[in-house]
Design a protein around this ligand. Structure first.
Ligand SMILES: C[S@@+](CC[C@H](N)C(=O)[O-])C[C@H]1O[C@@H](n2cnc3c(N)ncnc32)[C@H](O)[C@@H]1O
Length: 335
């Protein structure tokens, strides 16, 4: 049995249709379906030979001109032209590393969603974690689906979606507990208008935290393994080489479900490990290019406003910029 967890909004209405044929290119949000009060996860029979396509809206509900890539005004667009973005955390953001070790702010997800999609369109997060992208999609009237291997995180997403739900929203946000490698079973070709994600970072988190910055703060992550899981399918357990290859395989399988010229934004840092720079962003750019994506922009997420108490590294002989002070937002599109 495959465990399907979703943001329950329907009575007896499984958002996963029993066959690709039934649901092909569904573009109507299921706003008319009866409401469900239960938040029980759905169970889906994995033995079925048919793929289980998700019924979810994919089409614009705004009245923007066809050639516009988003609903932003010229003035709003202008702000995003500066390629260095800063965000603050808000109350709804999850910052407790015991709840999830690596979240991004809802405001980051919202800015990307508003730059690269229209109201009503479908956003996909293949590594959804605590569901920040789903909350941002909900806030900005987009349909969205997120996947994660961890049942715990999917339940967290589900709870956050329910808590954040507005009274009149037509758009749906689903969190599904499955491997990102299976996503193409759930979504029709060319149905997704934006992929936005922060993937795991190879096995670099899969070691005991003991660096100076953590020691100085004497926080309770010191000595812990800061990892999502030890599931072999978890990309966070892999060496950089197999990680890059798995990311390539996953993103190659996602390309056909992305609309032509639709964007795919991936948030990654580089890391220092034993005095060597691990250039995750370079590996990913090269890999995704080989898999048919075109790199359009690299946006820097400037984190200096949210990082406190930076220690001195390498002075006076070894100059190292601290990885935590910025991350990359790699913006590709499907050519
Ligand atoms: C960096 S976190 C995402 C955090 C998210 N942006 C947030 O704000 O909460 C990466 C997530 O990928 C998940 N993951 C790792 N391997 C996966 C796989 N093969 N399929 C689906 N999810 C996976 C992990 O469980 C983890 O929650």
């Amino acid at each position: 049995m495959r465990h399907i967890h979703f943001e329950s909004d329907f009575t007896h209405q499984n958002p996963l249709t029993s066959s690709a044929h039934e649901a092909s290119h569904s573009s109507t949000p299921l706003a008319g379906n009866p409401a469900n009060t239960s938040s029980e996860p759905l169970l889906q029979n994995n033995a079925s030979p048919e793929p289980h396509l998700l019924e979810i809206g994919t089409d614009r509900t705004c009245d923007c001109k066809p050639n516009h890539i988003c609903c932003l005004t010229a003035k709003e667009w202008l702000k995003n032209q500066v390629g260095v973005w800063k965000f603050s955390y808000e109350k709804r953001d999850i910052r407790d590393k015991n709840v999830h070790p690596a979240t991004y702010p809802i405001s980051l997800a919202r800015r990307v969603i508003e730059q690269f999609s229209h109201k009503g369109e479908l956003i996909l997060d293949p590594f959804v974690g605590s569901g920040s992208s789903l909350i941002a999609a909900q806030d900005s009237n987009r349909n969205a689906v997120g996947f994660d291997l961890s049942k715990k995180y999917i339940e967290l997403c589900q709870q956050r979606i329910i808590e954040n739900r507005g009274l009149f929203s037509r758009e749906k946000q689903y969190a599904i507990c499955d491997d990102a490698r299976s996503i193409s079973n759930y979504l029709s070709p060319e149905s997704v208008s934006l992929i936005l994600t922060s993937p795991p970072y190879a096995n670099l988190l899969n070691r005991k935290r003991g660096n100076k910055s953590r020691k100085a703060r004497s926080n309770d992550q010191l000595g812990k393994i800061e990892q999502y899981s030890q599931d072999p399918r978890d990309l966070g357990t892999m060496s950089l080489e197999s990680y890059t290859n798995s990311m390539g395989n996953i993103f190659a399988s996602l390309l056909p479900i992305l609309r032509p010229k639709a964007h795919c934004v991936i948030n990654v840092p580089d890391m220092w490990w034993q005095n060597e720079r691990i250039t995750i962003h370079v590996s990913l750019i090269e890999e995704l290019r080989q898999r048919g994506y075109e790199l359009r922009n690299i946006i820097i997420w400037d984190r200096t406003n949210i990082v406190n108490r930076i220690g001195i590294f390498g002075w006076p002989s070894n100059y190292i910029t601290m990885g935590v002070t910025f991350e990359y937002l790699l913006d590709f599109w499907r050519p």
